[in-house]
Design a binder for this molecule. Structure first.
Ligand code: HEC
Length: 175
């Protein structure tokens, strides 16, 4: 047995942060470790920092912008990801689940248009999700955020589209 006050303090701390004071899950878990006190998500589970400004860079540099638009900037092959189209509040795992549901189409198109599927680590995905939910960070998103390599790719795609079919309903809104 460990010091009861220590355990109680840990349970209260975790309960307050993660479950709004409920703490039911923490109570059923008898022996909270050090990680639990630092990472208030669930016993044994950690949550990365979610930084919308880093996410803005990643959204462009990883190539999401090739198919998805935010703030009117980006491709039209896939649904726009503006913050005002997202549920508020939103569990970030819901966003990841939506990506997973779209995975088959996304991987196929990414191979076609980027040459290979996008690879993300957990921290990068967390930052992108933060950006997708942050209207303030999105307002400052512009063409200038797109690295030249990605921008060239997008121009090539536009040219390809024009060669394929002109009678698409959705015309380019870009200059
Ligand atoms: C090459 C094109 C392409 C790229 C690049 C791409 N996506 Fe997608 N994405 C799609 C398509 C197409 C769909 C729609 C799939 C469907 O409807 O089944 C989609 C669906 C999604 C969805 C689900 C949207 C919804 O409303 O259900 C999310 C979320 C998403 N993508 C996030 C991302 C993120 C984040 C990135 C960058 C890491 C990314 N996508 C990169 C093409 C792309």
């Amino acid at each position: 047995m460990k010091c009861p006050t220590g355990i109680a303090a840990a349970i209260v701390a975790v309960g307050l942060v993660a479950w709004g004071g409920d703490g039911a899950l923490a109570k059923s878990h008898g022996d909270p470790g050090d990680a639990l006190e630092e990472q208030a998500i669930a016993p044994g589970l950690t949550m990365p920092q979610m930084d919308p400004v880093r996410g803005r860079d990643l959204f462009a540099s990883k190539g999401c912008v090739v198919c998805h638009a935010i703030n009117g900037v980006g491709g039209e092959d896939a649904p726009a990801l503006d913050a005002d189209t997202m549920p508020v509040p939103m569990n970030p795992f819901e966003f990841a689940a939506k990506m997973w549901r779209g995975a088959e189409a996304m991987v196929y198109l990414q191979r076609e248009e980027l040459g290979e599927p996008i690879v993300l680590d957990g921290a990068e995905l967390a930052d992108i999700i933060a950006f997708v939910h942050d209207a303030e960070a999105q307002r400052r998103f512009s063409d200038a955020d797109i690295p030249s390599g990605i921008r060239n790719l997008m121009h090539h795609m536009e040219e390809d589209d024009e060669h394929h079919e002109d009678d698409d309903d959705r015309e380019e809104a870009h200059d």
